[in-house]
Write a protein that binds this ligand. Sequence first.
Ligand code: ADP
Length: 249
Amino acid sequence: MTGDFVTSPEPILRVSNLTKTYSKRSWFSPGGPPKAALNGISFNLSERETLAFVGPSGAGKSTLVRCIAGRERPDSGDIWFAGEDRRAIQLIPQDPGTSLNPRLTALQVVSEPGAGRRVPELLSMVGLPVESSGAKVTAFSGGQRSRLALARALACDPRILILDESLASLDLPVQAQMVNLLLDLQDRLGLAYILIAHDLGIAGHFADRIAVIDEGRIVEEGPPVELFQRPQHPRTRSLIACAPGGIPC
Ligand code: ADP
């Protein structure tokens, strides 16, 4: 958590001056000159911290987390991670429920990263019954599938979990349960979270710090309350005005 005035925790992730431009034309950008998806992004993340990137569609959020998770190469800039193994940075995709192979059982999903014997422990960590390990993915509800995706990510012993709009597809009460579970796991395992959202509401409930991202740049950042009460940038103000469920203060 942030707010320690005596010693601030050492960062476990340092990102400096990240840039990325997609040069090839694709269905993303059928015409016009190539646009920078990331335009000099820098930030630090500490152990047990939750940092939310909030911004409109096309702002560069997914590109940023794909670079951090090692799924995409930035054009320039540095990503320093305290752990050596990049598997310790796990990305939970948008709509995690539908990203799971429906033909697999819970056991197969969770043991795929090599967690074999730990499956019962991982299932109970995410609040799923151990007896459900033989059931097919299709037998689980949307919320339960999100828990399965989380158990699978935990199988890699992550230090950082990246949640790419992973909660957006869930109904509000299920979303709230997931947030509680994530906070509990953060406490128990010392995890840091990077949360991607286009809505300030959920980020405000969950994050220690929010970075507003627009056109590949961080335009404003700070603790939720500060940002909500004294927004400086027009993009932050428009995100506050557009938050569908309001903002938590
Ligand atoms: P966000 O996640 O905030 O919606 P993205 O990172 O998906 O933003 O996209 C940032 C910019 O990069 C957009 O202009 C998008 O069109 C472009 N972009 C993203 N991925 C690709 C790709 N694979 N090829 C070409 N352009 C891309």
